[in-house]
Ligand binder design. Structure first.
Ligand code: CA
Length: 243
């Protein structure tokens, strides 16, 4: 499950994080990404097939991979799975590039281990922002407090005491609402699919299904009141906690 690998600290060094590998078969797009990333000080290599991409990851040890899903030969999903299966030497952040309106691809990509995505056609600004955000999040892998509590925005969660406080008020949450909130709040900014959420919060004494996640979110938001915007819907994909 991706969840465990997401919590593995990324082996990023100041040097490696400056290297970006673009795996993209469309020359124009690859060039656009290269020029813009280089403009921000990244060193960029381009691979135009999946096979070449895998080799380049091993050779270049990039700090981040920008991965087109639609490639001839080995496609992006397969590359994602391959990279995730071989990450003994550290986890490389992956931002996938998908076609517009292909939420199913996004879901499959996230479940194959991608960290985030941009959809074509994209503006270089959006890609740069996404790359920076993913690198920042990779650097800030969870630093749970000693007692396991989580604090973000106006929210405090104490898992051991099963206590969630927002804006100074204690929330009266069901066990699955509590676990849902804790799971998302631990990784603000990360998008999770319903399947990933179900896998993460399934309890011993209660069942959670993908459909029921939507119901849980509605209930949770109601209880969050004016802080309901903390739990963001990513249309057609899943949910994330606001960064
Ligand atoms: Ca392509």
């Amino acid at each position: 499950m991706m969840e465990t690998s997401r919590m593995t600290p990324a082996a990023l060094t100041p040097k490696s994080r400056e290297r970006v590998l673009v795996i993209e078969d469309e020359e124009d797009i690859a060039e656009l990404l290269k020029v813009n990333l280089e403009g921000q000080g990244y060193s960029v290599k381009v691979a135009s097939t999946g096979e070449a991409g895998i080799k380049a990851v091993q050779a270049e040890k990039p700090g981040l991979v920008l991965l087109d899903l639609m490639l001839p030969g080995m496609d992006g999903l397969e590359i994602c799975r391959k990279l995730r299966a071989e990450e003994s030497k550290g986890r490389i952040p992956i931002v996938m590039i998908t076609a517009k309106g292909s939420e199913e691809d996004v879901v499959r990509g996230l479940e194959a281990g991608a960290d985030d995505y941009v959809t074509k056609p994209f503006s270089p600004k959006v890609v740069l922002a996404r790359v920076q955000a993913v690198l920042r999040r990779a650097d800030q892998q969870p630093k749970p407090k000693e007692d396991g509590s989580v604090e973000i925005h106006e929210l405090k969660i104490h898992p051991g005491r099963h206590l969630a406080i927002v804006g100074g008020e204690r929330l009266d949450l069901t066990p699955s609402e509590f676990n849902l909130l804790l799971f998302l709040a631990k990784r603000p900014g990360w998008v999770f699919t319903r399947t990933q959420i179900v896998d993460a919060i399934r309890g011993e004494n209660y069942a959670v299904t993908e459909r029921s996640i939507d119901v849980q979110v509605v209930g949770l938001r109601k209880k969050l009141g004016k802080f309901d915007h903390y739990v963001e819907t990513v249309r057609g994909v899943g949910y994330r906690f606001s960064e």
